[in-house]
Design a protein around this ligand. Structure first.
Ligand code: AMP
Length: 239
C-alpha cells in the first residue's frame, strides 16, 4: 500500500492489521508445491495476516529478466524452457531480499529451495542471520488438476499476485484488484512447458520435502478444497 495516497479509512485498517500481526509468532516458512498448487495465492493470505514478507524466487527472477540485469539475462533461457536456473544465480538474489525491513517478522519462501543444494544454502544463510526455518508447508495436489489450474492462471507481474479465471477471478476481468493494472498469462504456463516443470518438481524438489520431513518441520495440506479452507489449515499450523 502506498501510504501517501491511502485514505484515512485505509490507513486505520492498515494500523489494525499491523497491530493484529504483532500477536502472531515471528516465523520463517517455506511453501512447497508443484507449479499451479496455489503457493502464490496462499502466500498472499499469510503475509496479510502475519505481516511476513513473501520471497518468491520466480517473481525475483522475472523482475531481473524484465530489467535485463546480468542475472536476468543469464536466467532467461532456462526460465523460458521451464528448466531450473543455476543455484549460483538463485542463491545470490535471495541474500539481499531476506535482510529487507519487510522481512523482519518472517519470510515466506515461495519456490525456493527447489533442490538439495539450495536447501543447504538456505540453512547456512539463515543461521548466519540468527534465523531458521520454523515450518515447511507442502501443498498437495492431484497432478491432472494442475494443468487446468495453470492454464487458467493470470498474474500481476510487479506484485506477483495470482488469480484464476474460474476459481479465483479478479474483480474486473484481466485487471489486478489492487492496482487495476493488466494481468498476464505467463509463457511458461503453457501446457508443453508445464509438463517439464512438473517432472523437475517430482524428480528434484520432492526429495527436499522429504529432507524437511525428517527434521519434523513439515505439514502437508490437501489443496483439493476451496482456497479459504486451504488457508485455514495453513494458518492453524502456524499458530
Ligand atoms: P515459479 O514462478 O516459481 O514457477 O518459477 C518460474 C521459473 O523461474 C522456474 O521454472 C525456473 O526456471 C525459475 N526458478 C524459480 N525459482 C527457482 C529456484 N529456486 N531454482 C531454480 N530456478 C528457479
Amino acid at each position: 500500500m502506498d501510504l501517501s495516497k491511502a485514505s484515512l479509512e485505509d490507513l486505520k485498517k492498515e494500523l489494525v492489521r499491523r497491530e493484529q500481526c504483532e500477536s502472531k509468532p515471528k516465523k520463517n516458512i517455506i511453501l512447497m508445491g508443484p507449479p499451479g498448487s496455489g503457493k502464490g495465492t496462499q502466500a498472499n493470505k499469510i503475509l496479510n495476516d502475519f505481516c511476513y514478507c513473501q520471497l518468491s524466487t520466480g517473481d525475483l527472477l522475472r523482475d531481473h529478466v524484465a530489467k535485463k540485469t546480468p542475472e536476468g539475462i543469464k536466467a532467461k533461457e532456462a526460465m523460458d524452457k521451464g528448466q531450473l536456473v543455476t543455484d549460483e544465480i538463485v542463491n545470490s538474489i535471495i541474500v539481499g531480499a531476506i535482510r529487507s525491513p519487510q522481512c523482519a517478522r518472517g519470510v515466506i519462501f515461495d519456490g525456493y529451495p527447489r533442490n538439495a543444494e539450495q536447501a543447504a544454502n538456505l540453512d547456512n544463510l539463515l543461521s548466519s542471520e540468527g534465523r531458521k526455518i520454523d515450518n515447511v508447508i507442502q501443498l498437495k495436489v492431484n497432478e491432472e488438476e494442475l494443468y487446468g489450474r495453470i492454464e487458467g492462471r493470470r498474474v500481476h507481474l510487479s506484485s506477483g499476485r495470482t488469480y484464476h479465471v474460474k476459481n479465483n477471478p479478479p474483480k474486473v476481468e484481466g485487471k489486478d484488484d489492487v492496482t487495476g493494472e493488466p494481468l498476464i498469462h505467463r509463457d511458461d504456463d503453457k501446457r508443453e512447458v508445464m509438463q517439464g516443470r512438473i517432472e523437475i518438481y517430482n524428480k528434484i524438489t520432492t526429495p527436499v520435502i522429504e529432507y524437511y520431513g525428517t527434521k519434523g518441520h513439515l505439514t502437508t495440506v490437501d489443496v483439493m478444497q476451496n482456497i479459504n479452507d486451504v488457508y485455514k489449515n495453513i494458518s492453524n499450523s502456524l499458530i
